[in-house]
Structure formats: structure tokens, C-alpha cells
Design a protein around this ligand. Structure first.
Ligand SMILES: [Zn+2]
Length: 94
């Protein structure tokens, strides 16, 4: 599988959650990347921006935690850790 699918799934998961929550946008996305993941961090970022375009995820800050633990059971995977949504009722005008 080309890594495009991997990134697309992740972005769609966040976009879907944002839509469900009626968020205006996504401010941050945190992912964990295993040392044997089939994609480099730089390449992941490229695909992430591409896939996020036109979705509520566009413009979100991507935080990548790179693991170097080859023994980790998820060493081959990229995992979505958490994300932060911008909700309309959280707006503050001061
Ligand atoms: Zn690629």
C-alpha cells in the first residue's frame, strides 16, 4: 500500500470527528510514528498537507512524535494520538 492511503485515512478520521463536533476547524493534530513506519516524517507532512486541503483539517499544526524503539509493538505504524478542535462556542472576544 502506498502511504497515501495511510495519511488519507488519518486525515479523514480527524475531519469526520471535526464535522461531527461541528468544529470550525482543527488546530492541532498529534501523531506517533514508529521507527519502522513505511513513510518518513517529512514525507508524511507533505501528504498530510495535501490530504487536509479542502477539509476542516487544513491549516492544522501537525505534531509528530517519532519513536526509535524497534521493540515497540506499533513500530511499523503511524498512529493518531489526539487532535484539538476549534469549536464555535469556545470563541472569546475580549
Ligand atoms: Zn508518497
Amino acid at each position: 500500500m502506498h502511504e497515501t492511503g495511510l495519511v488519507r485515512d488519518l486525515v479523514q478520521k480527524v475531519a469526520h470527528a471535526a464535522q461531527e463536533a461541528r468544529a470550525e476547524s482543527v488546530s492541532d493534530v498529534h501523531v506517533w510514528m514508529g521507527v519502522l513506519a513505511p513513510i518518513s516524517e517529512a514525507h508524511f507532512r507533505e501528504h498530510f498537507e495535501e490530504e487536509a486541503r479542502g477539509t476542516p483539517v487544513a491549516g492544522a499544526v501537525l505534531h509528530v512524535e517519532s519513536s526509535d524503539d524497534i521493540q515497540n509493538e506499533n513500530a511499523q505504524h503511524v498512529m493518531l494520538k489526539r487532535f484539538c478542535l476549534r469549536l464555535p462556542d469556545k470563541k472569546r472576544h475580549t
